[in-house]
Design a protein around this ligand. Structure first.
Ligand code: FMN
Ligand code: SF4
Length: 451
């Protein structure tokens, strides 16, 4: 059994309450940090832990914290990113739903480390249950003296506020999130300046994912070196993976970094294999933005070793034969799934969610969606595949924020690995049209689906 640092007590009745969370050792990290460590000590432990951001980009958390500007007389902010809108990703809401105090405790030690006296938790607006749960947990913690003025008599003050998200995927991008938190439309900002210098209300700000913040609790409790003993290379600690698709046991799993991908998919401890006795066809390993890989590449052997659930191993082969850990949204496709249809579906999402500031993203996502629909519905030509390839290449790297890349990569990977399926749709228009029973009513991709 792999070690569990975040979900160890997930099945304990009442673990969502402060009383039971405390019984299981909760808030020890706050006592330890505030009473025995300086803010710099906490930053140092997080650096030693090797923790990397769990929101998608995998940037080292301790390093990000050390970039925070500290001008005299200017407030600093910690903003927790709980927007979680990436298709296939549902781990943060699971944590907030079941062990809300793990996030509140992480917020307190992280805010202390950064010298923030006001912090925010930005939660996707559609996730009302989680918003209420976190608000209740804040009230409970405050009533018990873990938040507010002079916490534990240490002289440290902290208030945490919850902000419901603006209702768009782009509000999860950190600068769009800050705009939205300031009450504006969630459009990404041009960087630099980075939030560490000019973030919320122009003040130095750290934006971290829910899971990254919760992970600071075991790091403070056990020490950064202990945390770094779990995992391999620059992938340390544990990772929450939300597994979905054609799996026997979809769900949220906490894995030790370094678990072989094949073991994650097929062992009974985790996903239990592919549902209905079918064969694995492909995997999207880290949320819809990362390149899809066919079964033989996701389970391939690298220098005599199996591919592992680490940042490095998943990326082995670059985007030619590798992928990325991303946000840990692991989607498995069985042999009956249509990759073209799936790519069209993702692209439709990105077209809808593009904020429209950059032409390559605004125009390119719409164009790709139309072409994919054309091919999927049996009306495409072979030249459309090359056009699609060309469009995605012109989006990648040419936009203000990474949503453009996120829209381009799935299309590139689908063509790279499953070109034969695109060709099949084009060369078998009759069969292709018949298979598209669910799309019969869907005349124009720009019209909303009414069914
Ligand atoms: C379009 C887009 C959506 C994003 N959505 C999220 C999200 O829902 N949650 C999240 O933590 N990070 C999201 N990110 C990444 C954030 O910009 C940022 O890197 C992250 O919150 C930093 O936290 P971390 O260092 O702890 O990972 C998104 C990025 C992009 C480009
Ligand atoms: S890449 Fe897309 S979502 Fe990001 S700023 Fe440009 S138009 Fe907006």
């Amino acid at each position: 059994m792999g070690r569990k640092l975040l979900l160890e007590h997930i099945h304990v009745p009442g673990i969502n309450t402060l009383a039971v969370y405390r019984e299981k050792g909760g808030y020890r990290a706050v006592e330890k940090a505030l009473k025995t460590m300086s803010p710099e000590d906490v930053v140092e432990e997080v650096k030693k832990s090797g923790l990397r951001g769990r929101g998608g980009a995998g940037f080292p958390t301790g390093m990000k914290w050390s970039f925070l500007a500290k001008p005299e007389g200017v407030p600093r902010y910690l903003v927790c990113n709980g927007d979680e809108s990436e298709p296939g990703t549902f781990k943060d809401r699971y944590l907030m739903n079941n062990i809300p105090h793990a996030l509140i405790e992480g917020m307190i030690v992280s805010s202390y480390a950064l010298g923030a006296n006001t912090s925010y938790i930005y939660i996707r607006g559609e996730m009302m249950p989680q918003i209420r749960i976190i608000e209740n947990a804040i009230q409970e913690a405050k009533a018990a003296g873990w938040l507010g003025k002079n916490i534990l008599g240490t002289g440290y003050d902290l208030e945490i506020y919850v902000q419901p998200g603006g209702g768009a995927y782009i509000c999860g991008e950190e600068t769009a999130l800050l705009e939205s938190l300031e009450g504006k439309r969630g459009n990404p900002r041009i960087k630099p300046p980075f939030p560490a210098v000019a973030g919320l209300y122009g003040c130095p700000t750290v934006v971290n994912n829910v899971e990254s913040i919760a992970a600071t609790v075991p790091i403070v409790n056990d020490g950064g070196e202990e945390y770094a003993k779990i995992g391999i290379e620059r992938s340390t600690g544990t990772k929450l993976i939300s597994a979905s698709g054609n799996l026997v046991k979809p769900g949220v799993y906490e894995i030790e970094m370094g678990l072989p991908v094949e073991e994650f998919i097929f062992s009974d401890e985790y996903c239990g294999g592919i549902a209905n006795g079918k064969r694995l066809k492909a995997v999207v390993a880290g949320g819809s933005s990362v390149p899809i890989l066919p079964a033989n590449l996701i389970t391939k052997t690298i220098n005599g070793n199996p591919r592992l659930m680490t940042y490095e191993s998943l990326a082995d082969g670059g985007f030619v034969s590798g992928t990325a850990m991303g946000s840990g949204g692991f989607i498995a496709f069985d042999e009956d799934q249509c990759i073209v249809r799936n790519t069209w579906n993702y692209t439709r999402f990105y077209r809808h969610e593009s904020c429209g500031q950059c032409s390559p993203c605004r125009e390119g996502t719409g164009w790709m969606e139309k072409l994919l629909y054309k091919i999927e519905s049996g009306n495409g030509s072979l030249a459309d595949i090359d056009l699609l390839w060309d469009i995605q290449r012109r989006i990648e790297g040419n936009t203000i924020c990474p949503l453009g890349d996120a829209a381009a990569w799935p299309v590139a990977a689908a063509i790279r690995h499953f070109r034969d399926e695109f060709e099949w749709h084009i060369l078998n228009p009759g069969e292709s049209q018949q298979r598209n029973y669910g799309l019969a009513h869907y005349a124009d991709p720009l019209e909303p689906v009414t069914q």
